[in-house]
Design a protein around this ligand. Structure first.
Ligand code: UDP
Ligand code: MG
Length: 197
């Protein structure tokens, strides 16, 4: 079976990671893959030739060249499916974030994985910034500070929103109001069935 993929997109701090963790607790055949987490792990891996590059991109809120991200995603999907063939459903969180990401995905994955739909976590920039600053008190992340956040929001608006809009044109986006509390948001997501309208 080909990997079945749901892309989870939305601004920084919209709740993508939190909700994906909750979803996979209930939808056992799904695996949560956070592109940002995979990049942070690669940044910290001893001997990685990309550590410094990833570090700079993350601090600047820029999108890492897709060849790096896609190889991490492919490796994770392959590992999961090698361990258990029935685990072929993936929530890919925080990817594709720009045109380079999307083209890279298409180049490598066309015909090899099915993108079922995009789950779009919609909330205001203010909510995103407040949540990330709050998270920054304990996250230890190098980009949960005001300076990086302003850049991340710009990248989101200029580069990621157009990707979401492309999927919207194809009727492949579920939009959810992500300004709600963690539990309310999860209830909203749980109601989603089948394909998007
Ligand atoms: N990032 C990237 N490509 C991706 C995903 C993440 O370059 O496909 C980088 C980018 O610099 C981004 C950062 O990793 O700002 C953090 O992403 P993450 O998804 O962890 O942040 P979140 O949106 O969850 O706050
Ligand atoms: Mg995240």
């Amino acid at each position: 079976m080909k990997p079945q993929v749901i892309f989870v997109l939305g601004g920084p701090g919209a709740g993508k990671g939190t909700q994906c963790s909750k979803i996979v607790e209930q939808a056992f055949n799904y695996t949560h893959l956070s592109a940002g987490d995979l990049l942070r792990a690669e940044r910290g891996r001893e001997g990685s030739e990309f550590g410094q590059l990833i570090d700079n991109y993350i601090k600047e809120g820029k999108i890492v060249p897709v060849e790096i991200t896609i190889s991490l995603l492919r490796q994770s999907m392959a590992e999961t499916m090698t361990k258990d063939q029935t685990k072929n459903c993936f929530l890919i969180d925080g990817f594709p974030r720009n045109e380079d990401n999307l083209q890279g995905w298409n180049r490598h994955m066309e015909g090899k994985a099915d993108v079922k739909f995009v789950l779009f976590f919609d909330c205001s920039n203010e909510v995103c910034i407040d949540r990330c600053l709050e998270r920054g008190k304990s996250s230890g992340r190098t980009d949960d500070n005001r300076e990086s956040l302003e850049k991340r929001i710009q990248t989101y608006l200029n580069s990621t929103r157009p990707i979401i809009e492309q999927y919207q044109k194809h009727g492949k986006v579920y939009t959810i109001d992500a300004s709600r509390s963690v539990d309310e948001l999860f209830t909203g997501i749980s109601k989603i069935q089948n394909s998007p309208s």
